[in-house]
Design a protein around this ligand. Structure first.
Ligand code: UDP
Ligand code: MG
Length: 317
């Protein structure tokens, strides 16, 4: 079958409760667009029958492609697998399976792309169904990233839900780093882009795979993948401590010369030793974060392993 004009890439990990509803809504939207299309579902090692559901969908519909990974590799890897297997000639849409990204926004993304931008990203107007803590931590993170990111600008309140032209996807797929902070990678690629505002719905069913520990890891990933600023902070901390030590040391010597030295100073000694120890450990930790990433990248492993791949189209094509 000739490659379609549009591909929709959907990573799915344990999404059995919503998949059918998702596909129904997606299909309705895509058919109304009047362009040839396919949807590439990536089963990210689900354990709840998601794959069986996908295979059933695939059996009934020629637009469906299924890529089944050999185990759970995480959303970023699943997304990359989907982009690698998307055959679209014109544009590729990335959307979550849990209906938090409403498929009904896709026509707006396509409209923006038709007006000439390469990337149309869906930007949340509201964050319905999220706690105050999640909202504040998210906005703090975007602010930090915007400060540190240098020329790479990451739009706030934007997830992976977006449309990218073929050339933008091809550029993105050249970035094969293991630590895939997608928001950053999307931004790094560049190209003219535009925000399309929408209201993000709370999850339709199932549960989020994100908890604060994973969000913390993600933030660390974002910062260490896109800036070496923390390493510079380590240098500044070192310099500041050294400067302080010089002044303090001078004062201690002067005091000893003026007033003699009856061995006091246990509190100050202890404070300085503890403070320095702490600073050194934190600094080592920061260096370790980067070193660990260098280690992971040098192994050069593939980003994911495909267990099964069923391309879109009818078998006889
Ligand atoms: N996902 C995945 N692999 C994972 C975790 C999530 O493919 O290890 C998929 C998931 O099925 C969904 C999307 O990534 O389609 C977003 O996941 P989730 O809804 O848990 O994240 P959130 O919306 O809370 O950011
Ligand atoms: Mg979600």
């Amino acid at each position: 079958m000739a490659p379609p004009a549009l591909s929709v890439v959907v990573p799915a990990y344990n999404e059995a409760p919503v998949l059918q509803a998702f596909h129904r809504r997606l299909e309705a939207v895509m058919q109304r667009l009047g362009m040839s299309w396919e949807v590439v579902y990536v089963d990210d090692g689900s354990s709840d029958g998601t794959l069986d559901l996908l295979l059933a969908l695939k059996a009934a519909r020629p637009e469906v492609a299924v890529v089944a990974l050999s185990r759970n590799f995480g959303k970023e890897a699943a997304l990359t697998a989907g982009l690698d297997h998307a055959r679209a000639t014109d544009a590729i849409i990335v959307i979550d399976a849990d209906l938090q990204d409403p498929p009904e926004v896709i026509p707006d993304l396509v409209a923006a792309w038709r007006e000439g931008v390469d990337v149309a990203y869906a930007q949340r107007r509201s964050r319905a169904g999220e706690t105050w803590l999640k909202r504040t931590t998210a906005s703090a993170f975007y602010r930090v990233m915007q400060r540190l990111g240098g020329p790479v600008r990451m739009p706030a309140d934007t997830g992976d839900f977006r449309l990218m032209s073929r050339r933008a996807v091809d550029a993105l797929l050249q970035l094969r780093e293991r630590h895939r902070f997608m928001k950053g990678l999307f931004a790094w690629v560049g190209f003219p882009s535009r925000a399309v505002l929408y209201d993000r719905d709370p999850r339709a069913a199932g549960s989020t795979k994100w908890n604060y520990r994973r969000l913390w890891t993600l933030s660390l990933e974002g910062i260490t993948s896109f800036t070496t600023f923390p390493l510079r902070v380590a240098t500044w901390l070192g310099l500041a401590t050294a400067a302080f030590a010089l002044v303090f040391g001078g004062w201690v010597v002067l005091k000893a010369l003026l007033y003699g030295n009856p061995v006091p100073g246990y509190p100050s000694l202890m404070t300085v030793v503890l403070l320095l120890g702490g600073v050194q450990l934190v600094t080592l930790g920061v260096i370790g974060e980067y070193l660990g990433r260098v280690f992971n990248e040098t192994k050069g492993r593939p980003l994911y392993v495909v267990g099964r791949h069923l391309p879109s189209g009818r078998p006889e094509d």
